[in-house]
Ligand binder design. Structure first.
Ligand code: OAD
Ligand code: ZN
Length: 232
């Protein structure tokens, strides 16, 4: 892989699984315990805001007690040591990439650690609960919601993601089921752009057949191995 210079990495819930954060679609995953349309859509929020705020308050509290694992650490090392372009696009709303030290990250599905004011549009770092309808620090309205992208809403910074893909020589997908678009389509976009594609996942995903190469195993093993290989 000596001709690799610019890399786009897509991560999903699988990269945080070994930190003790539930994935969505694995057995016992979040979408088995909760209905997507109740807790992860604008309609669900309009119908029962308390249910949705409580769900995200619990998740926000839980992730703060978790720690980055060897996969996050390896990607942070790659970020530090890689001279070429690198963008870690994550679908995860936790902050474990950043806590491991990665800087070149993009949260396409938002983050648990921001509150978004629907009155003034301000985003504020938020670590506490939202259920009591605290005031927006910017405008004072009690209109804060989690800054996470729900089904039916547009993921963030798609232009920046596609711009990075157009410059990339390698696209790597880590720990994601390939079930949710547009992220699930990045591998096909990459193929059209004639970029090399690699999947690192516990098991073959829905999109596996689109990748030039797939390596299967727990993220804490396959990711550090791959990074070591790449940095040589
Ligand atoms: P999923 O739960 O759909 O998929 C998790 C993937 O990680 C599966 O392919 C697992 O095989 C794999 N996996 C599990 N444990 C792993 C481990 N230890 N090492 C490596 N891989 C492992 O989660 P995502 O693909 O991230 O969106 O889900 C995508 C989006 O769907 C999420 O961002 C969220 C969800 O609904 C929104 O909420 C908008
Ligand atoms: Zn506000």
């Amino acid at each position: 892989m000596t001709d690799i210079r610019n890399i786009v990495i897509l991560t999903g819930a699988g990269v945080s699984a070994e930190s003790g954060i539930d994935t969505f679609r694995d057995a016992g995953g979040l979408w088995e315990q909760h209905k997507v349309e109740d807790v992860a859509t604008p309609e669900g929020f309009a119908r029962d805001p308390d249910l949705v705020l409580r769900f995200y308050d619990m998740r926000r509290e839980a992730i703060q007690a978790k720690q980055p694992n060897a996969a996050h650490e390896a990607l942070a090392r790659l970020d530090r040591e890689w001279d070429g372009e690198l963008l870690i696009v994550t679908q995860n709303v936790d902050d474990l990439h950043e806590r491991a030290g990665a800087k070149r990250t993009l949260h396409m599905h938002g983050t648990h650690l921001n509150a978004w004011c629907t009155a003034c549009d301000a985003r504020t770092r938020w670590t506490g609960p939202l259920i009591d309808r605290p005031e927006c620090p910017k405008c004072g309205a009690r209109s804060l919601r989690p800054d996470v992208v729900w089904f039916g809403e547009m993921p963030y910074e798609m232009d920046r993601i596609y711009a990075a893909l157009r410059q990339a020589d390698l696209f790597v997908s880590i720990g994601t089921s390939g079930a949710v678009y547009p992220a699930a389509g990045f591998v096909r976009d990459a193929r059209e752009l004639r970029i090399r594609t690699l999947e690192l996942n516990l098991e073959p995903s829905q999109g596996s057949r689109w990748f030039h190469e797939s390596r299967h195993g727990p993220a804490t093993q396959v990711v550090p191995q791959w990074v070591e290989e790449l940095l040589g």
